[in-house]
Write a protein that binds this ligand. Structure first.
Ligand code: ATP
Length: 458
């Protein structure tokens, strides 16, 4: 089954509601760079916080790190990026467009009528040549080859070069991991599909250092753990699938690799959102050689020293955010209404705004009571106060922002100190004492996804 293409409606909703804007839009935009607006930054921060909690805070065998973007240029020689981080590029001499030679069948010639590159009669595609994807810049005031540095194309190398620093500072014993979240930059030849493939993006990477020989067992464990993490975000099970790298796809140093793919619908279909890799001791061995510094782990208990193998989990914060947006978007009919509604059905824990607070009327002390409640709730999570317009329209605006709860203050509220909580997904309502609202919402926000779907309170 091919799911419908949600990207087009998503791009316009994302702009209209302030999830995502094109970078430097007033100047015509920067190629494949995007800015996160007020709702988008909350959503992406929630994704990152969830990853950090699952990978670092809830475990005692993974440590956090925040390494710099600019690194010693030798790092990228050792890692193989200077010589090998490239894609095959073909130019078209007729229309001047550039394409990835290995993705020609997915690309479109910019000319009309729309065809694939090479299919117009006068297309003139060159032979493929290797194009390095790293952005170069200069460190210091002199623009010369000796001062070239790179914007990191992945966060992982910051972890490898700090392996012994972290191990010695924390006295962790192998097996243990190091995790970090940070920006990465790739001068992609054919970026696109909104925030799916961009030139500046954020990665959430974890390197788990293990004794050689135990690597495949850890690999299997991490594969399952990472799939479960995506399920916990509320991504539909049937939209997620593992893709095992074939011998042709596998990097020469890798012992095994699986991608976690998500079905974005339309022509994009199933695409990688995360990679889980068994990288052997390749990276530590390379850095040991290029830096001439011993990077071995000393196992004092067993009197052994060795270079650990590394199981890597690498996921794009932006790509997962796109998967969450695609998974959440739904248009539905509403009984008794002509217009229907657009709902972003985010897991409550991911929703940018947790609750809308609405006085039904501007009289009878309702706004004052609503503002008091909103101020109290804001101490715990983001809340949106709205007293403008018909209540139905106010609900619809929050449905579109993905706000899971609507709290309405009506004429009964001031009399008996209670409010209604409306649930975004089924539009059902419950009445609770004002003093219990924070506690009730807190229980929903902490629930796992399956529970969040059902009523926790009567
Ligand atoms: P692809 O095959 O899509 O180019 P990759 O295999 O090069 O991806 P990795 O180097 O394994 O990707 O990066 C790990 C993760 O980082 C990817 O699964 C993806 O979520 C994210 N990522 C990589 N490149 C980009 C990009 N240009 N824009 C957004 N996210 C990206």
């Amino acid at each position: 089954m091919t799911r419908p293409d949600a990207l087009e409606s998503l791009v316009s909703l994302a702009k209209r509601r302030g999830f995502i804007f094109q970078s430097s839009e007033i100047y015509g935009g920067t190629g494949s760079v995007w800015d996160y607006g007020p709702l988008g930054v909350e959503l992406k921060n929630n994704v990152k916080a969830r990853w950090w909690n699952a990978m670092v805070r809830e475990r005692d065998d993974v440590e956090g790190l925040d390494a710099a973007i600019l690194m010693h240029p030798k790092v990228w020689e050792a890692s193989g990026h200077v010589s090998g981080f490239s894609d095959p590029l073909v130019d078209c001499k007729a229309c001047k467009a550039r394409f990835r030679a290995d993705k020609l069948s997915d690309a479109a010639c910019p000319r009309k009528p729309s065809k694939k590159p090479g299919e117009h009669i006068d297309c003139q595609l060159t032979e493929p040549r290797q194009f390095n994807l790293m952005f170069k810049t200069f460190m210091g005031p002199v623009e010369e080859s000796a001062s070239v540095v790179y914007l990191r194309p992945e966060t992982a190398q910051g972890i490898f070069v700090n392996f012994l620093n972290v191990q010695q500072a924390t006295r962790q014993k192998v097996p243990f991991g190091i995790a970090q979240i940070g920006k990465a930059f790739r001068n992609e030849i054919t970026p696109g599909n909104f925030i799916f493939r961009t030139r500046e993006f954020e990665q959430m990477e974890m390197q788990f250092f293990v004794e050689p020989g135990t690597d495949m067992e850890h690999f299997e464990r991490w594969k399952e753990a990472r799939l479960n993490w995506h399920l916990g975000l509320g991504l539909d099970r049937d939209r997620l699938a593992f893709h095992q790298h074939t011998d042709k796809e596998l990097a020469h140093y890798a012992r095994a690799a699986f991608d976690i793919n998500f079905d974005f619908g339309g022509t994009l279909g199933f695409q990688e959102i995360e990679g889980v890799h068994n990288r052997s001791d390749f990276d530590l061995r390379q850095h040991q050689e290029y830096s001439s510094k011993k990077l071995e782990y000393v196992d004092q208990a067993d009197n052994k020293r060795y270079l650990p193998y590394v199981i890597e989990t690498s996921v794009g914060a932006d790509r997962v955010t796109l998967a969450i947006l695609v998974n959440a978007l739904r248009e539905e009919a509403v009984e008794g209404e002509q217009e229907g509604r657009t709902v972003m059905g985010f897991h409550p824990a991911l929703a940018p705004i947790k609750a809308g607070v609405f006085p039904l009327s501007k009289k009878d002390g309702q706004p004052e009571m609503a503002e008091r409640l909103a101020a109290a709730l804001r101490k715990r999570f983001p809340v949106f106060y709205d007293e403008a317009g018909a209540i139905g329209r106010r609900y619809r605006r929050q449905d579109e922002a993905g706000t899971p709860f609507g709290i309405t203050i009506d004429s009964g509220s001031t009399a008996n100190d209670s409010v209604t909580i409306r649930f975004r997904d089924d539009m059902g309502q419950i009445r609770v004492a004002t003093s219990r609202v924070a506690e009730v919402l807190g229980r929903y926000l902490e629930a796992d996804h399956a529970q969040a779907d059902s009523r926790l309170v009567e």
